[in-house]
Design a protein around this ligand. Structure first.
Ligand code: ZN
Length: 133
């Protein structure tokens, strides 16, 4: 398990992806807690099949950031979901998009042994999902 403090002002998913490249992790799980200066969250309407993005233009706590690492176009790809707490303790959440500038973030990357895990385009959902083995 790798425990990493991510840099202030870096974009969350970009910073985690860079750590995966540095560590050579192409298959694993990731958790992060901390705080964001602001956030961009995605929602995927199943009828439209295109991500909607939502800007959260205020500082939030990362109450739960959870995701996975696999390969897309032969590079590590981080798929992450965020539950964020606002100053009034209300909660918003969604698919982590960019930009999500970090205020402070503590990240846990757990490599998982096993066969290569590759994403490919899925016609039904129009998402890049794990290739069926
Ligand atoms: Zn997602």
């Amino acid at each position: 398990m790798h425990l990493i403090r991510l840099p202030h002002d870096a974009d969350l998913v970009t910073a985690i992806t860079e750590e995966c490249v540095r560590l050579g992790v192409t298959r694993g799980t990731v958790q992060v807690i901390g705080a964001l200066k602001k956030a961009t969250l995605g929602f995927y309407p199943q009828d439209v099949k295109e991500y909607q993005s939502h800007d959260i233009d205020e500082p939030t706590e990362i109450l739960c950031g959870i995701g996975n690492i696999s390969l897309l176009d032969e590079k590590p790809f981080v798929h992450m979901h965020l539950t964020l707490g606002k100053s009034d303790c209300s909660v918003v959440g969604g698919h982590a998009m960019s930009p999500c500038p970090i205020f402070a973030a503590e990240c846990f990357i757990q490599p998982v042994e096993g066969p290569t895990l590759v994403r490919e385009f899925d016609e039904t959902t129009r998402l890049k999902l794990w290739k069926q083995s």
